[in-house]
Ligand binder design. Structure first.
Ligand code: PAF
Length: 288
C-alpha cells in the first residue's frame, strides 16, 4: 500500500490506473478507523480494481465550538487497518495541501442540510460537500463509498452528485454495530465506561422504533413519542433531535413509508452520538 500526501501525486497515480483501464473506488474518511470504515474498504475492494482511502480531518466541516482539536487521530494504526483490508493507496494531506490560505470557494447544499444535524451544525455539510467535491475532482473515481450511519451526509452527497453531474456511483454501506448494539463511531472513544453503558439507549430506541414500524405504525408523532419516552429512561442522555424525515429530501413528515429515515442525535455527557434506521431496513439485532 502506498501513501501520498499531495494532490499532484494522488492524481498521477490514479491517472496511471485509468490508463490501464482499471476501475477505482474512493473511501473518504477522517481516520481513527474502525470496522464501519473497514466495511467501506471491503465493499470497494470487492467491486473496484483499485481502492483509494483518504484520511483527512477536514477542518472546514467543524464549527468553532466543535471537537476539531481533539478529534482522535492515529495514522499508523489506520494504515495497518487499510493495508489489512486491501486498500491500494492512502491519501493523507496536510490542511494546507487541501486549503490554500486564501481558499474561498465552497459547495453549499440548500434544503437537505437544514434539518437533523444541519440544524445545529450550520456549516458542517458545506464543509463535507466541499471536501468531497475536491476529492472527486482529484480522483475521478468510478464509485465512492459512505456509511449509512451518517444518513443525512449520504443523502446530501447523492443529491450533490446528481445536481452537479459528477460521473460517479455513490454506494451506501450498512451501519456496523458493536455486539451490544452501539453504532461504531470514532467518537465512541470519548465515552467513559459509565457513558458507554448509557449510550446503549440509542440503539435500544432504534430497535423500539423498528418494532413499531414492523407492527404497522406509520404516524411520525406516535413513533417519535414512543422513542423519546424510551430515550428519557436514560438520565445521562440529552436528546438533540429524534425525527422522521423523507428519505430523499430530509424534510420532516407526518406519516412515513418505506425508504424514509428515522434519525437521532443524542449527547451522552459531552459526546454527541448519532444513529438511525431507514424504514424497511432489516431489524437490528444485538445482545441484551
Ligand atoms: O464521514 C466522514 O468521516 C466525513 O464527513 C467525510 C465524508 C470523510 C468528509 O470529511
Amino acid at each position: 500500500m502506498k501513501t501520498v500526501t499531495t494532490i499532484a501525486d494522488l492524481r498521477a497515480q490514479v491517472k496511471e490506473w485509468k490508463k490501464e483501464g482499471l476501475t477505482v473506488g474512493l473511501c473518504p474518511t477522517m481516520g481513527y478507523l474502525h470496522e464501519g470504515h473497514a466495511s467501506l474498504m471491503d465493499k470497494s475492494v470487492s467491486c473496484c480494481d483499485r481502492t483509494v482511502a483518504s484520511v483527512f480531518v477536514n477542518p472546514i466541516q467543524f464549527g468553532p465550538t466543535e471537537d476539531l482539536a481533539t478529534y482522535p487521530r492515529d495514522f499508523e494504526r489506520d494504515c495497518q487497518l487499510l493495508e489489512e483490508h486491501g486498500v491500494d493507496l492512502v491519501f493523507h494531506p496536510e490542511d494546507r495541501e487541501m486549503y490554500a490560505e486564501d481558499f474561498s470557494t465552497f459547495v453549499d447544499m440548500q434544503v437537505l442540510s437544514t434539518t437533523l444535524c444541519g440544524a445545529s451544525r450550520p456549516i458542517h455539510f458545506r464543509g463535507v460537500c466541499t471536501v468531497i467535491t475536491k476529492l472527486l475532482n482529484t480522483v475521478n473515481p468510478d464509485k465512492i463509498f459512505f456509511g449509512q450511519k451518517d444518513a443525512q451526509q449520504l443523502a446530501i452527497i447523492r443529491r450533490m452528485v446528481r445536481d452537479l453531474n459528477f460521473d460517479v456511483e455513490v454506494i451506501g454501506c450498512p451501519i456496523v454495530r458493536e455486539p451490544d448494539g452501539l453504532a461504531k463511531s470514532s467518537r465512541n472513544t470519548y465515552l467513559s465506561a459509565e457513558e458507554r453503558k448509557a449510550a446503549l439507549i440509542l440503539s435500544r430506541s432504534i430497535r423500539l422504533g423498528q418494532d413499531l414500524c414492523e407492527g404497522g405504525e406509520r404516524n411520525s408523532a406516535a413513533l417519535l413519542g414512543a422513542m423519546k419516552d424510551k430515550l428519557a429512561t436514560e438520565p445521562m442522555a440529552n436528546v438533540e433531535y429524534v425525527e422522521v424525515v423523507n428519505g430523499e429530501n430530509m424534510q420532516p413528515i407526518d406519516t412515513f413509508q418505506e425508504g424514509d429515515l428515522v434519525a437521532m442525535a443524542v449527547r451522552i455527557g459531552s459526546t454527541r452520538l448519532i444513529d438511525n434506521f431507514t424504514v424497511g431496513d432489516p431489524k437490528i439485532t444485538f445482545a441484551e
